[in-house]
Design a protein around this ligand. Structure first.
Ligand SMILES: [Zn+2]
Ligand SMILES: [Zn+2]
Length: 306
């Protein structure tokens, strides 16, 4: 029987351990993906650190999966063996609750999340529900596309919710922001990037990506903003952002997205010639990637490559 490798979390707040397992067979409606790259996201840290309720344990983290379909289960017709797909955080929804039935599956009462309540992509192979996989454009390499699947999508949803205003503030300049800025600049928006006070490297990074202005989150922007998006999970940024936007302006906090958001974003991203700033790690170095992310030692995104 063919074997696979996975980085497994047995208990919260422990290191991931490399395990060998038989390659699983896809069940009805599922696909088996050979993982080519998997991004490492702040949410993976929350899973590993036990900060999210009721995770599946043991769990294989990772929800920014780029892979090729290696096998398809019964009833899967939309995807074929060999196709390049992306697998994001939202791994399954019930289709029956009031949220699912009103087009808000991102709020489903009984969802499954990749790398949290079902095994994810810190592995050589992963199973996924075919309906939650996305065909990926061929515009960038596998590792470069991986961060699009969470950071990129979350940025996109927040961006859409921020409205059409020209001047857009972004608080927290990490993986999501660095992708979003490129799309926003491509669409002719003016970006004001707010970083940790004194983080001149991040401010330079933001300006290099096309931001009009970059400064500390304790500074006022040079002109009032039409809207602001907060990516950093810091409550004190909300009043700061509210002060920076003009009367009637919007402040949006990042959140979970729907498949519709994903389809839109995956259509726009290659047209905007989106480039991810990434640091590659071999799969076996997943713990190192997590610790670099935790310690703020990364610019852009960490990506595991099996
Ligand atoms: Zn994520
Ligand atoms: Zn539901």
């Amino acid at each position: 029987m063919p074997r696979m490798h996975a980085m497994v979390l047995d208990r919260p707040r422990t290191l991931l351990v490399m395990r060998e397992r038989p390659v699983p067979r896809p069940g009805p409606g599922e696909v088996l993906v050979e993982v080519k790259a998997c991004g490492v996201c702040r949410t993976d840290l929350h899973v590993v650190d036990g900060e999210l309720p009721d995770p599946k344990m043991p769990i294989v983290p990772g929800h920014e999966i780029v892979g090729r379909i290696a096998a398809i289960g019964e009833g899967v017709s939309a995807l074929a063996v060999g196709a390049r797909v992306g697998i994001p955080w939202l791994g399954w929804t019930c289709g029956a609750c009031s949220y699912c039935r009103s087009g808000r599956e991102n709020l489903c009462d009984r969802p499954l999340f990749t790398g949290y309540t079902r095994d994810g992509g810190f592995a050589t192979h992963a199973l996924a529900d075919a309906r939650y996989c996305f065909a990926l454009p061929h515009a960038a390499d596998d590792a470069g596309v991986a961060p699009w699947l969470c950071a990129g999508l979350i940025g996109w949803r927040s961006y859409r919710m921020a409205g059409e205003g020209e001047r857009l503030g972004i608080y927290g300049f990490g993986a999501a922001a660095h992708l979003l800025v490129q799309v926003a600049v491509w669409q002719g928006r003016k970006i004001y990037a707010f970083t940790r006070p004194g983080d001149t490297a991040a401010q330079r990074f933001a300006r290099n990506l096309g931001a009009n202005w970059a400064g500390g989150s304790d500074e006022a922007p040079p002109e009032p903003l039409d809207a602001a998006i907060i990516f950093a999970p810091i409550g004190a940024l909300v009043p700061a952002a509210l002060k920076a936007v003009k009367k009637g302006g919007r402040v949006v906090c990042g959140g979970i997205l729907t498949r519709e958001d994903a389809r839109e974003f995956l259509d726009v991203a290659p047209r905007a010639r989106l480039r991810s700033e990434i640091t590659r790690y071999p799969l076996a170095k997943a713990n190192e990637a997590l610790s670099d992310l935790r310690g703020g030692r990364l610019q852009g995104a960490a990506v595991l490559v099996p």
